[in-house]
Design a protein around this ligand. Structure first.
Ligand SMILES: Cc1cc2nc3c(=O)[nH]c(=O)nc-3n(C[C@H](O)[C@H](O)[C@H](O)COP(=O)(O)O)c2cc1C
Length: 172
C-alpha cells in the first residue's frame, strides 16, 4: 500500500477484537518507533508494552481510553534525556521530548496500519495518574497511549471530515 493509501486507510479504532496481536507484529511496530528521528538523535523515547491481563487491568483503573485493546503502547519520554532549548541556546525553554514521542508514535501507528491492525491515539487521561499506577520512574513522562489490535467486526470507520486544504495552508 502506498503511504497516501495508508493515510487514507487509517482511522481511530475504538472497538477491538480480543484476539492477541502476534509478537512478530509487535516487534515490527516497535522497530518502526526505534528508528524514528528525534531531536539531536537523543532518543529519549520509552515505550511500555501493556499486554498482560494484569497490566491492562491496572491501566484500566485510571483510564477508559484503552477500549479493550489487546496491546496498549504507553509512549513516554525520559525528561532527563530529551533535547532542551534553553535561554542560553535559543533564548527560550523548550523540551523536545513530547515531539520526539509523537514522531515515534506516528511511525508505530502507520506500521501497525500496514500490518492490518487498528490503532487509537489517546491523550484524554490524567498522565500523573497513569504514571503513578503503572509505577513508572520519576524521570519518565507519559505522552500518550497507542491502543493496538485487530478492529472488531463491528468497528466503523468514523474518519471524520477534514477541513479544506485552503483552511490549513497559508502561503507567505
Ligand atoms: C493528540 C490526540 C489525542 C487524542 N485523544 C483521544 C482520546 O483520548 N480518546 C479518543 O477516543 N480519541 C482520541 N484521539 C483520536 C481523535 O479523536 C481522532 O484521531 C480524530 O477524531 C480523527 O478521526 P480519525 O483518527 O478516525 O481519522 C486523539 C487523537 C490525537 C491526535
Amino acid at each position: 500500500m502506498s503511504f497516501m493509501d495508508l493515510c487514507r486507510e487509517r482511522y481511530s479504532v475504538r472497538q477491538f477484537d480480543p484476539k492477541p496481536v502476534e509478537d512478530e507484529k509487535i516487534s515490527q511496530i516497535l522497530e518502526a518507533g526505534r528508528i524514528a528521528p528525534t531531536a539531536c538523535n537523543y532518543q529519549p523515547q520509552r515505550v511500555y508494552v501493556v499486554k498482560s491481563e494484569e497490566a491492562r487491568a491496572k491501566l484500566s483503573t485510571v483510564t477508559r481510553m484503552t477500549y479493550g485493546a489487546p496491546v496498549v503502547l504507553m509512549v513516554c519520554y525520559d525528561k532527563d534525556k530529551s533535547w532542551k532549548n534553553t535561554p542560553q541556546t535559543f533564548g527560550e525553554d523548550y523540551d523536545g521530548g513530547e515531539m520526539d514521542a509523537c514522531i515515534v508514535g506516528t511511525q508505530m501507528m502507520y506500521m501497525a496500519t500496514e500490518l492490518g491492525l487498528g490503532t487509537l491515539w489517546a491523550r484524554g487521561f490524567n498522565a500523573t495518574q497513569i504514571h503513578d499506577v503503572m509505577g513508572l520512574p520519576e524521570n519518565v513522562c507519559v505522552s500518550f497511549l497507542l491502543d493496538v489490535g485487530y478492529p472488531a467486526e463491528g468497528s466503523v470507520n468514523h474518519h471524520t471530515p477534514r477541513k479544506a486544504i485552503g483552511e490549513m495552508v497559508v502561503e507567505l
